[in-house]
Design a protein around this ligand. Structure first.
Ligand SMILES: [Zn+2]
Length: 313
């Protein structure tokens, strides 16, 4: 990404994230309608399985100009959890009705594509928002510290802008598949965790390796009181290479939920924790998870070894 692209991207993000997206991001978009808030994961039944007194727990990240981001657990009304911003009401219904009004069907190519597509729209917003927050933090730090050395905030900001740019380009490809009903251009690997109480809901998009920058979608959500589904999604053309990275998460071993938990904590900014599950956590577990989350925000390669890093039961 050159300086001009970066400056254009920052300018686009600043306009798009002042409050909510002002423009509907429907693929062919000449749509003049305003965007609305809706959920970025399946229908409200999913969140009902995780909520207690209509609340769930989420992690909130703040960038305040300090070297380290500040992360806390926050109760969030389940109606406001995992928001999707970026589509007008009509297009939100037109595109996602298939997954909003039907039970999850792991054999439906259309449903799996749409779950992934919704993740991409959400992550585009989340990442643009992060880049803007980091840019603000960087500017504050740069004013306080007139050094010529690139600061950590500057490096974080550059990474955040590049990621938002990559996701924006990736969304362009998925738009084209959506418009042609070319759902089979995306491959999904699905795991159903049986005898698994509802504990988390994840909707995230991240780089699976930092050499080739493969973007992989991860969705995790309960579909019943004792069943949780895990879906990895990626472009078909990258399937062979990506399967090398994800096979260990697909295999049913004793370590499976522990590996999945580490993956979520290391890579996912957008996830919900069941309120009653969170209430059962010890202070040691809460601290270990917050500490690991911050460590991987600063360096995604960090190894997580703490015994508390498990988001399943
Ligand atoms: Zn629209």
């Amino acid at each position: 990404m050159n300086d001009q692209q970066k400056s254009e991207m920052l300018d686009f993000m600043a306009k798009s994230t002042s409050g909510t997206f002002e423009k509907c991001l429907f693929p062919k978009s000449l749509c003049e309608n305003k965007s609305v808030n809706s959920h970025s994961n399946l229908n409200t039944n999913t969140l009902d399985l995780l909520a207690k007194n209509a609340h769930v727990t989420m992690m909130k990240v703040k960038y305040n100009g300090a070297r380290k981001p500040v992360v806390t657990f926050k109760p969030v009304a389940s109606t406001l959890a995992l928001p999707l911003q970026g589509l007008c009401s009509q297009h939100n219904t037109d595109i996602f009705n298939e997954i909003d009004s039907n039970d999850f069907d792991p054999t439906s190519e259309a449903q799996l594509f749409l779950i992934f597509y919704r993740t991409i729209l959400t992550q585009l917003h989340v990442n643009m928002d992060n880049a803007i927050k980091m840019q603000t933090a960087y500017q504050i730090q740069a004013e306080q510290n007139q050094s010529d050395e690139p600061s950590q905030s500057n490096l974080d900001e550059n990474f955040a802008v590049i990621k938002a740019f990559d996701i924006s380009e990736f969304k362009g490809k998925l738009d084209a598949y959506y418009l042609k009903d070319a759902f089979s251009e995306v491959t999904h690997k699905i795991v159903i965790l049986e005898n698994q109480k509802p504990t988390i809901c994840v909707s995230s998009l991240f780089y699976m390796d930092d050499i080739n920058n493969y973007l992989v979608g991860l969705n995790i959500f309960p579909i019943a009181g004792n069943k949780t589904v895990v879906i990895f999604s990626f472009e078909k053309k990258d399937a062979l290479a990506i399967s090398l990275y994800i096979d260990s998460y697909i295999e049913k071993t004793d370590k499976q939920t522990s590996l999945l938990s580490k993956l979520v904590i290391s890579n996912c900014e957008n996830f919900v924790i069941s309120q009653s599950y969170f209430s059962s956590w010890s202070l040691g577990k809460k601290n270990a998870i917050l500490k690991s989350y911050v460590a991987t925000l600063m360096n995604p390669e960090v190894e997580l070894n703490n015994k508390h890093i498990n988001l399943f039961v």
